[in-house]
Design a binder for this molecule. Structure first.
Ligand SMILES: C[S@@+](CC[C@H](N)C(=O)[O-])C[C@H]1O[C@@H](n2cnc3c(N)ncnc32)[C@H](O)[C@@H]1O
Length: 414
């Protein structure tokens, strides 16, 4: 049966053609029927069908997602299962080509819009598969999705023991909402990323112990961290960056997090990597800003500083957004950066563009004694298994800049 036709806002038509695959809530999408899986989007001005969409009436603000812009796909009854199989196969083949499996147990098998599987993330975590729904229509196709996924994983990763599949609905209130096909309530296990073991805890918290979207960024940072004897890791979580730097030879690593639970987890991660020397590491359980002031008072210096705040962060008393928090953090971090040092600053939100982030950093630097002495350099972007789709800025949510001194002697004269 042919899907029903729905009129689209002229702006939606424009953005669809530019590669932006979402139809958000507006006066047009408010009139979409509720019960159809597919919709044919029609340009209201020309009355021409322009896209095959998947309807998502339950989602708060993304009311439909692009499935195809090819006219042959909206001029005949869509064959969802055949297309799904093809897209999953392509996504898995891409991961095989890049040989991610030789470097890490954790990677994205499917990265949503980038793999033309909108709102669907599938993570391989050693022998566990974690499916994350960002679009709610996947719940309606769960049986088919799991069958194809299992078959394709067995076909393309025959050596991979596949022990369980977990399903998580990622929602705005961050409730866990995770279940496993085997009926397990939780799973604790270790996985290896770049030769380092990490303790994973599925279904204990909203996140499970390592941010895999940061994995390819860690790899990009290797050449900088390998030269570093000391690292200050702000907003450390379970310490992926701290352990990575220790593995690369750092002998003085300080990790800062507000949560003692995550810092204990970090220390457990160090303990399971017996080749790492735990005396080279110190945890500071306090807000990042306080930790920076304390370290400045102690006249500490670091060759590397990493700052990866959550998009909205709280120090227990007030909440600040990440961009604003740099107004206080950046001048303090610059004081702690040694003359050959590298400062890596991240922002984890699609709502602020690369340019806006860079301009903000520049304007903050301009207010410090380091203006004209430091430069903002290389960008650290999502890549490999998390490469964003061109034209889809929501997928390009993780942004990092390297800041360092223009000339290694300059800081001595400041
Ligand atoms: C996005 S995670 C960092 C991920 C980490 N960089 C990694 O790659 O594994 C954010 C962390 O910041 C911590 N946090 C939130 N507010 C904080 C604050 N004001 N000071 C220090 N840590 C904070 C949270 O407990 C959480 O562990």
């Amino acid at each position: 049966m042919m899907p029903p036709k729905v009129k689209l806002h002229p702006a939606s038509c424009k953005y669809l053609r530019l590669g932006h695959p979402w139809i958000t809530e507006d006066s047009y999408s408010a009139r979409f029927p509720k019960n159809d899986f597919f919709l044919i989007g029609v340009d209201d001005r020309s009355s021409q069908p322009i896209a095959l969409l998947i309807n998502d009436p339950e989602h708060k603000n993304v009311k439909a997602r692009l499935w195809s812009l090819l006219p042959e796909d909206f001029n005949s009854t869509p064959d969802f299962i055949r297309e799904l199989e093809k897209r999953i196969k392509n996504a898995l083949e891409l991961r095989i080509k890049t040989n991610l499996i030789s470097e890490r147990d954790n990677f994205y098998l499917i990265n949503a819009e980038s793999d033309f599987l909108p709102g669907l993330l599938v993570l391989k975590l050693k022998d566990q598969i974690l499916i994350q729904y960002y679009a709610l229509f996947w719940k309606k196709k769960e049986t088919e999705l799991i069958k194809i996924l299992k078959d394709q994983i067995q076909l393309q990763f025959p050596e991979l023991p596949l022990n369980d599949i977990w399903i998580q609905e990622r929602n705005f209130n961050q409730s866990k909402s995770i279940r496993s096909l085997s009926g397990s309530t939780h799973k604790d296990f270790q996985l290896n990323e770049f030769g380092i073991h990490y303790q994973i805890r599925l279904n204990e918290h909203y996140d499970f112990g390592i941010y895999t979207d940061m994995s390819s960024i860690r790899k990009q940072m290797k050449n900088y961290l390998v030269k570093s004897q000391s690292l200050l890791n702000l907003y450390s979580y379970t310490g992926a960056f701290s352990l990575f730097a220790m593995k690369l030879g750092a002998k003085n690593v300080v990790s800062v997090d507000l949560s003692s639970k995550y810092l204990n987890w970090l220390e457990e991660n160090i303990a399971i990597n017996t080749e790492l020397n735990p005396t080279f590491h110190k945890s500071l359980c306090m807000p990042s800003e306080k930790a920076l002031e304390k370290l400045i008072n102690e006249q500490a210096q670091f060759e590397s500083i990493i700052c990866d705040p959550p998009s909205a962060s709280s120090d227990g008393s007030s909440t600040t957004n990440a961009l604003k928090s740099y107004e206080k953090l950046l001048p303090l971090m610059l004081k702690l950066l040694s003359q050959n040092g590298s400062l890596f600053v991240f922002l984890n939100t699609h709502t602020i563009s690369w340019n806006k982030f860079e301009e903000k950093l520049k304007s903050i630097i301009a207010t410090t004694e380091f203006s004209n002495k430091v430069i903002i350099g290389k960008r650290f972007k999502l890549s490999e298994d998390c490469l964003p789709l061109k034209g889809f800025h929501e997928g390009d949510y993780l942004k990092g800049f390297l800041i360092d001194f223009k000339n290694k002697n300059i800081k001595e004269n400041v």
